[in-house]
Structures are given as C-alpha cells and as structure tokens.
Design a protein around this ligand. Structure first.
Ligand code: NAD
Ligand code: UDP
Length: 312
C-alpha cells in the first residue's frame, strides 16, 4: 500500500504518517511547511518506507508509480494561522483539494478530506449532526477557512458523483496532543504555555463558549477505521465531552498546580459560542468512539509542552 499524506509535517498529519508506517504502508508526506515543521517527522525520515516531498499542493503534483490512498490534510488550521494566511488557506482548500482529487482519480486511489467542525460555523443546532448545513458568515475573518473547507467538501462530492472517485470526508472537531505548535494560538497551547511560564491565562470573552476536545490518538483511530469502510458522506470525528473555555482554563491550572490568574480578553469576531459533535454516525458506521478522557489526554500532553516551554 502506498499512502500519500498532504500536511504530513503538521500536528495531525505527522501522527498519521506514523500510524500508516506502523500499518506497513509506504508513506509519502507532502508539505510546504507553512505551518508545519520538519521536527515533527524527524524521527521518520530514516525509515525506508517514508519519503518527504516539499511541495505546495495548491500547485499540481505528480507522483511516479501507484498510489492507494491520498489523505488531504494540508491547510493552516488554527484561527491565528488562517488569519495570517487567508489567501493560502483558501487556495489549499480549493485548489489543493482539486489537485489532490485529480491525483487520486488518475491513480484510482481512495481519497480522504480533512474537513472541520468549522463548516457548521457558529451553530444554531447543538450538538452538531452531519445533516446540519451550518451557519457561516461568508465574508467574516474566519470565512477563508470555513468557506474553503465547504468548497472542499463540495468538490470532493462532485468528484465522487461525476468521476466515481472513492472518497471520504471527515469533519474533525478540536483535537489536541503532542506536536501542536506552542505558538499556534489555539486555546490549549496558549493555556499550557501561559500556565507553565506563570503568566495569566487569556480567556476570550467571558469563557462561557464551549468546545469538545479530542485526543489525537482517538482521532487517528477513527480515520483509520473510516478509510476501510465504504461511506462517502461526511462523518464527524471528535469527543462529545463538552466544556466551557473558563472551566477548561481551570482544569489546566489544577493539572499543573499553577497559581496563574485568569485574564479576560475580547472575544474574536464570529467565535462559535458552542461546539459539540454528535458522533452517532461514527459510532454506528465504525464502532468508533473516543476512549481517552480529557484528564488523561491533558496529562499525556503535558510533558511535551513542558519541553517546548523549556526550549523556547
Ligand atoms: P497543522 O497546521 O499542524 O498542519 C497542517 C499542515 O499542512 C502543516 O504541516 C502545513 O505546513 C501544511 N500545509 C498547509 N498548506 C499547505 C500547502 N498548500 N501545501 C502543502 N502543505 C501545506 O494543522 P493540524 O491541526 O494538524 O490540521 C491538519 C488538518 O486537519 C487541516 O486540514 C485542518 O483543517 C484539519 N482540522 C484540524 C483540527 C484540529 O483540531 N487540529 C480541527 C478540524 C480540522
Ligand atoms: N480561546 C481563549 N483563549 C486563548 C485562545 C483561544 O479563550 O488564548 C478561546 C477561543 O476564543 C475559542 C476557544 O478558546 O472560543 C477555542 O479556540 P481555538 O483557537 O483553540 O479554536 P477554535 O475552536 O475557535 O477553532
């Protein structure tokens, strides 16, 4: 099996590269390193079934030989990153998805799109099921990401319907774990970094907005299962254990035994007020559900952030 993973030098992509190597696949990791890092795949580069290709997938790519799977995970993913790179985010969601679908079609490979809970926008249905069409501001600051992913889903379905490409779409909800960037601006790296440095934890708004955090190993298990099942409509993958951001800050303070205080900052525009996946579809289709409770997952992520802060 030869599996190509775009965004393979990023947080989730690097865990996928590892998992597919473990499964015995030959892995081709394609990344332009815009938000990822070679340090995430350093330990894989000596492996004889691993290849790294530095390439921007918003431009067409050609691969010699057969391919069995194309997993398209390339995209800036944190709000801070996609606000910094709005055009690149739109291009990789639109052109990058088109190019990688073309590759999958040419190679007769399975294709998987990493979509996102952001396609639901600031949701008016809670929890979010896959048949909810979402509530997205098409011209707001987050639209470069949300609309790129919505276009990506549309072009994946079109390639499936018009060309019979064997596609999958996953809608990933907030996922965390080792290899997140300390400065990616997402809530967990921010809170961990702040608590470890003894700085105040920056809670945006009053902290009553909710998220549901999934440990990366659970996500990767779901991805693996979905690839092996014939199902072409979107599937939510995430942990339905919902928490307010204020409560999340307090959990991190307690875990670290930190005396840092909480500082309230303005809520960014269009920040979703609630988010929680309905995972009935994944449960029924894949027999999958997340197994790592937040307390365990946070503990398992702590030493990574301790090292990052020590080296920063
Ligand atoms: P990340 O930033 O760590 O990884 C993304 C990778 O894609 C990086 O290595 C980056 O350099 C690469 N990349 C970006 N544009 C590229 C391009 N044009 N060509 C080649 N490589 C490019 O982010 P992540 O959290 O690992 O997210 C991975 C995927 O999962 C993204 O598609 C994201 O939208 C999706 N996702 C993630 C989450 C989450 O909670 N982490 C939630 C929903 C969706
Ligand atoms: N957030 C926060 N403080 C921070 C970073 C984020 O309160 O330092 C909030 C943010 O406003 C949002 C939630 O935490 O409500 C999750 O933000 P993140 O950037 O991790 O991802 P999102 O789920 O919004 O894509």
């Amino acid at each position: 099996m030869r599996t190509l993973i775009t965004g393979g030098a990023g947080f989730i992509g690097s865990h996928l590269c590892e998992r597919f190597l473990e499964r015995g696949h030959e892995v081709i990791c394609v990344d332009n390193l815009i938000t990822g890092s070679l340090s995430n795949i350093e330990h894989l580069r000596g492996h004889d079934r691993f290849t790294f290709l530095r390439h921007d997938v918003s431009h067409p790519l050609e691969i010699d030989g057969p391919l069995h799977n194309v997993l398209h995970f390339a995209s800036p993913a944190s709000p801070v990153d996609y606000l910094q790179y709005p055009i690149q985010t739109l291009k990789v969601g639109a052109l990058g998805t088109h190019n990688t679908l073309g590759l999958a079609k040419a190679k007769n490979a399975r294709f998987m799109l990493a979509s996102t809970s952001e396609v639901y926008g600031d949701p008016e249905q809670h929890p979010q099921r896959e048949d909810y069409w979402g509530h997205v501001n098409p011209i707001g600051p987050r639209s470069c990401y949300d609309e790129a992913k919505r276009f990506a889903e549309a072009v994946v379905m079109a390639y499936h319907r018009a060309h019979g490409v064997n596609t999958r779409i996953i809608r990933i909800f907030n996922t965390y774990g080792r290899r997140m960037r300390l400065d990616d601006g997402r809530v967990l790296p921010n809170f961990m970094g702040q608590a470890l440095r003894g700085e105040p934890l920056t809670v945006y708004g009053d902290g009553s907005q909710t998220r549901s955090f999934c440990f990366v190993d659970d996500l990767v298990n779901g991805i693996e299962k979905l690839l092996d099942v014939e199902f072409h409509e979107p599937v939510n993958l995430g942990n339905p254990d919902e928490v307010t951001i204020l409560q999340f800050a307090q959990e991190i303070l307690a875990l670290l035994g930190s005396k840092s205080r909480i500082e309230f900052k303005p809520l960014p525009q269009d920040d979703p007020k609630v988010r929680k996946p309905d995972i009935t579809r994944a449960r029924q289709l894949l027999g999958w559900e997340p197994l790592v409770p937040r307390s365990d997952g946070l503990r398992r992520t702590l030493d990574y952030f301790q090292q990052k802060v020590a080296n920063s």
